[in-house]
Design a protein around this ligand. Structure first.
Ligand code: CS2
Ligand code: MG
Length: 403
C-alpha cells in the first residue's frame, strides 16, 4: 500500500494565478494536480484544503478510481466547477504518482502513444483584420498546423481573444470585473471577412479555428456557420452557451461548419445530449475542469462512439500541470482532434519546470516519469495571489450578456 501521508495547496501568481495540489506519499513520491479555476481560485483552494485533504490522509494512493468515486459520490452536492476542479486535482496528482512509481511517462499507463505528437493550435489575434493576419503568418512560419483567429471588431472597444501581447493572453485583467460592450451585428459583419482574408494570405494547408465565446443565439450561430463554410474552418467554438444542449440542433440543421464546445463543462452530463445526438464535432472538456484524467477518459470514450473528437481547452489559466496531463492524455486517446496551446509567461514556466515540448506544430509530453512537470515551491512563494476577475459583457443597450 502506498499511503498518502500529506497534501497541500499552493497558490501562486507568476503573471497570473494558479492553484496546485501536491500530494505526498509514504515512499517519498509526490504528485501534482492543477486546480485552477479562473476568477474563483480561492474557492477551489478552500474546497481542497478544508473539505478534501483531510479525507485523503492514510488512503492508498494507488486506488485512483475508488478515490474518484469516493470524492464524487461522497460529496453529496455533486458536480459543478469547484467540486470537479478539486476532484480533478486529486485525480491528476494520483496518476502522476502512479506513473512515477512505475518509472513511466503517464501516457504509457493510458495505453501508450497512438501518434507521434499532439497537433496544437496557437492564438493569432489583432486589433483589426490586418494585424490578425500578420500574427497568423508568424504562427504559420513557426510551424503551427492549426491557428485560431480572433480579431477586433470595428465599432467595439474590446472583444474576446484580442490581447495586448502577441503570445500571452490573460482575460482576467482586474481586481473587479471590467465591463465590455458587445454587438453581435458588428461581430457577424467582421468574422467572414477575417476568414476570407486569412485563406487568401495563409492558403489552405493550415487549419483555421474561431471562438465565438458563447455570444450568439442559435440562429445567429447558424448564419455565421454558413457564412464561414467557403473558408472551411476547422471549428467554430462555443457558438452559443450550451446550458441548453438542444440549442445545437438548430445550428446543425443549417451548417456543415464543425462545432466545438465544452471548455466550461465539468462532467460527462454537460455533454451527453451533444455527443449522443452528434450535435458537435469536438469536445473541449479538459483535465483540470472535468474531473481529471479518469473522467476525461470516460468523456472521450463516450465521444468516440459518436464520431466526436477531443479538442481540449488549453488557455493560460490552465497551468503547466494541466498542459502536461492534457498532452499525455492527447498522445494516447484514439479520437484525438487537437490541443489548444496558449503559451504561459516565462515566470510561469520557471515556477513549473516541465518536459513537454513544441516542434513544428506538434507537442509531446516528454518521457520523464509521471507527468514530467514539477513545482518550484520556493519560487512559487515569491508570487503572491492577486485577485483577478474575468470581464463581464453587456449589449450596447446595457443588457447583461455572455462574456
Ligand atoms: C477561451 C479561454 O481558450 C479559449 O478557448 O475560451 O481563453 C477562456 O476565455 C479562458 O480560459 C477563461 O478563463
Ligand atoms: Mg474558448
Amino acid at each position: 500500500m502506498l499511503k498518502i501521508t500529506s497534501a497541500k495547496v499552493v497558490v501562486t501568481c507568476p503573471g497570473r494565478n494558479f492553484v496546485t495540489l501536491k500530494i505526498e506519499t509514504s515512499d517519498g513520491v509526490h504528485g501534482l494536480g492543477d486546480a485552477t479555476l479562473n476568477g474563483r481560485e480561492l474557492a477551489v483552494a478552500s474546497y481542497l484544503t478544508d473539505h478534501v485533504i483531510p479525507l485523503l490522509i492514510g488512503r492508498d494512493a494507488h486506488t485512483i478510481e475508488d478515490i474518484w468515486q469516493f470524492l464524487y459520490r461522497g460529496a453529496y452536492w455533486r458536480r459543478g466547477p469547484v467540486t470537479m476542479a478539486a476532484i480533478a486535482a486529486v485525480d491528476t496528482a494520483l496518476w502522476d504518482i502512479k506513473a512515477k512509481v512505475a518509472g513511466l511517462p503517464l501516457y504509457q499507463l493510458l495505453g501508450g502513444a497512438s501518434r507521434g505528437g499532439c497537433m496544437v493550435y496557437g492564438h493569432a489575434n489583432g486589433a483589426d483584420i490586418d494585424k490578425t493576419i500578420e500574427a497568423a503568418l508568424v504562427y504559420q512560419a513557426e510551424g503551427y498546423r492549426a491557428i485560431r483567429l480572433q480579431s477586433g471588431v470595428p465599432g467595439l472597444s474590446s472583444t474576446y481573444g484580442v490581447s495586448k501581447d502577441r503570445y500571452f493572453y490573460e482575460p482576467a485583467d482586474a481586481a473587479l470585473p471590467t465591463e465590455n460592450i458587445w454587438s453581435t451585428e458588428k461581430y457577424l459583419r467582421t468574422v467572414p471577412e477575417l476568414f476570407r482574408r486569412a485563406r487568401e494570405a495563409l492558403g489552405w494547408d493550415v487549419h483555421l479555428l474561431h471562438d465565438a465565446h458563447h455570444r450568439l443565439t442559435p440562429i445567429e450561430a447558424a448564419r455565421l456557420g454558413k457564412d464561414l463554410e467557403p473558408y472551411r474552418p476547422f471549428w467554430l467554438e462555443d457558438a452559443v452557451a450550451a446550458d441548453n444542449q438542444a440549442n445545437f440542433r438548430l445550428i446543425r440543421q443549417h451548417t456543415t461548419t464543425p462545432l466545438a464546445v465544452g471548455e466550461v463543462f465539468n462532467s460527462i452530463w454537460d455533454a451527453k445530449q451533444l455527443i449522443e445526438e452528434q450535435l458537435i464535432d469536438y469536445i473541449r472538456a479538459t483535465v483540470v475542469h472535468a474531473g481529471g484524467i479518469t473522467h476525461l477518459r470516460r468523456i472521450a470514450s463516450f465521444a468516440d462512439l459518436h464520431n466526436v473528437r477531443t479538442g481540449c481547452h488549453g488557455a493560460t489559466d490552465l497551468s503547466p500541470v494541466c498542459m502536461a496531463a492534457a498532452l499525455h492524455f492527447g498522445l494516447s486517446v484514439p479520437n484525438f482532434g487537437v490541443q489548444e496551446y496558449m503559451r504561459h509567461t516565462e515566470e510561469t514556466d520557471t515556477v513549473f519546470p516541465h518536459a513537454y515540448s513544441f516542434d513544428r506544430g506538434l507537442m509531446h509530453p516528454g518521457d520523464a516519469p509521471g507527468l514530467g512537470v514539477d513545482l518550484d515551491e520556493a519560487l512559487a512563494a515569491q508570487y503572491e495571489y492577486k485577485p483577478a476577475y474575468l470581464p463581464v459583457n453587456r449589449l450596447e443597450d446595457g443588457t447583461m450578456w455572455n462574456w
